[in-house]
Design a protein around this ligand. Structure first.
Ligand code: PLP
Length: 461
């Protein structure tokens, strides 16, 4: 066999198919793909893997597949049928329609992000969300950064570098994704002073620690685990009073942070932002994309003089929120101000769904699918809030030959479907499936059950 028979790149580029590839993918990338295919053929010929030189059509088809794989997106929307409302691996909170519209409006063209329309001079990007946060919480000031981990890092770096930060041993926690409170404190340059024992901390432990000059007393919410048994902790209010009597400001890392009462939804009480401020703390930190239901963000609110110091720290610039985040966050906060959060913010809408509403959806799926069983189950909150807490739900349960293979098949659908299994049954929870995703979910399920061709028949019939 003769490698001279292999067509040249120039030759291939003159074909109609190559012209089409260039129109879709651009000339340089098309050339790269063709070269890559030709290199592969040369290699396979050298190792006698292929007996003959493929023809032009074959080579260009291969280049076409390669170009498709190079350019198909890897970050994809998925349907969350897992019943975990705040699934960190699935992007946490879905945004409200108003938040999406705000992103579109602000990013399509230019905006007054840092431009004061009154004076025509430079303005502050924080102003927009800060005003709303102040109005909603009564806090004096606010700053918004990339996420809550960044908020902690920045707050500690600005207020406690080379100084003492007192924290209870019971709060030296790992949040997830290798994010550990002691590691962040180390990075910020703060000196970590642990008090008490893991399960028992008393007010005198804090008193002793506060005898030396201290920059901050830090409180970290146990977002993802519970402590039970032989435990003791003073009231947070009493710790704040003690710290203030020594002139030490208190910072409360709430983790999720919620403006609404979770107990109204049949869940345990998650500390609210308002109640944290009412405890007299000086700063409160929380995430934008947990129970707040907005974009990824880290929010610090509280005393104006402390926020002013934080805003001036060089890290504030490095960790600042971008305009898309600020647009979505502002729109999300507006829902709370207008008392329409439960109706407009997806995570609250999901929590507010009644078991009966969910049963109706599951029944509808079962009817259209022609199989499965509607069973009672639980949805969870997830995303580092309300550990062990769940909501009663109804699930569509499917019995399939190989559950793991079927889950994989579901993940291969467009859009991918994320379900879970229990006792070898596939479970789909309507609570976390957006209403407009129902059709795609059913098409994907049918596909996974019967294959593409058969599904087309079923949908047609
Ligand atoms: C989730 C969480 C964080 C981290 O927040 P991100 O926004 O994910 O960076 C920090 N502290 C606590 C207590 C948390 O629950």
């Amino acid at each position: 066999m003769n490698l001279h028979e292999l067509p040249s790149v120039e030759h291939l580029l003159q074909t109609q198919l190559a012209a089409e590839l260039i129109a879709s993918y651009g000339r340089p990338t098309t050339i790269k793909a063709i070269r890559s295919v030709l290199d592969g053929i040369r290699e396979r010929v050298a190792t006698n893997e292929i007996p003959t030189i493929p023809n032009r059509q074959h080579i260009l088809d291969e280049a076409s597949s390669l170009l498709e794989s190079w350019t198909s997106p890897t970050l994809l929307p998925v349907i969350n049928a897992s019943g975990v409302i705040l699934h960190t691996n699935l992007g946490r909170a879905p945004l409200s329609n108003a938040a999406l519209k705000a992103i579109q409006a602000i990013s399509h063209g230019y905006s007054n992000l840092e431009f004061d329309l009154d004076t025509g001079k430079r303005g502050s990007r924080l102003l927009h969300a800060e005003e709303l946060l102040k109005r909603l919480t009564g806090a004096e000031a606010a700053i918004i950064v990339n996420n809550n981990a960044a908020a902690m890092l920045l707050g500690l770096a600005a207020l406690a570098r080379r100084k003492r930060v007192v924290i209870s041993r019971s709060q030296m926690v790992e949040i997830g994704g290798e994010f550990r409170i002691p590691d962040v404190m180390k990075q910020s340059g703060a000196k970590l002073i642990e008090v008490g024992a893991t399960n028992k901390v008393r007010l005198v432990d804090y008193e002793e620690a506060l005898e030396e000059p201290t920059a901050i007393l830090l409180h970290v919410h146990r977002s993802n685990f519970k402590m039970i048994g032989f435990t003791e902790e003073p009231e947070w209010k009493d710790i704040v009073t003690l710290a203030h009597s020594r002139g030490v400001p208190c910072v409360d890392d709430l983790g999720s942070g919620t403006l609404l009462e979770t107990a109204h939804y049949g869940l345990a009480h998650e500390p609210t932002i308002q109640e944290s401020l009412a405890n007299g703390v000086d700063l409160v930190c929380f995430s934008g994309d947990k129970l707040l239901g907005g974009p990824q963000a880290g929010i610090i609110i509280g005393k104006a003089e402390l926020i002013a110091v934080i805003k001036k720290h060089p890290l504030a610039r490095a960790l600042r929120a971008d305009k898309l985040c600020l647009a979505a966050l502002t729109a999300t906060l507006l829902h709370y101000l207008k008392d329409e959060a439960e109706r407009e913010i997806p995570v609250w809408r999901m929590m507010a769904l009644t078991p009966d509403q969910i049963r109706q959806t599951a029944k509808g799926w079962r009817e259209k699918l022609g199989l499965g069983e509607v069973v009672a189950g639980r949805s969870t909150i997830g995303g580092g809030s309300l550990p062990e807490e769940s909501l009663p739900t109804f699930l569509l349960a499917l019995d399939v030959k190989s559950p793991d293979k079927f889950l994989k098949e579901l993940r291969r659908q467009q859009p991918p479907i994320i379900a879970r299994t229990e006792k070898d049954r596939i479970l789909l929870d309507p609570r976390t499936v957006l209403p407009e995703e129902g059709g795609e979910l059913l098409a994907g399920l049918l596909n996974a059950l019967h294959g593409k061709k058969r599904t087309a028949d079923i949908i047609r019939g």
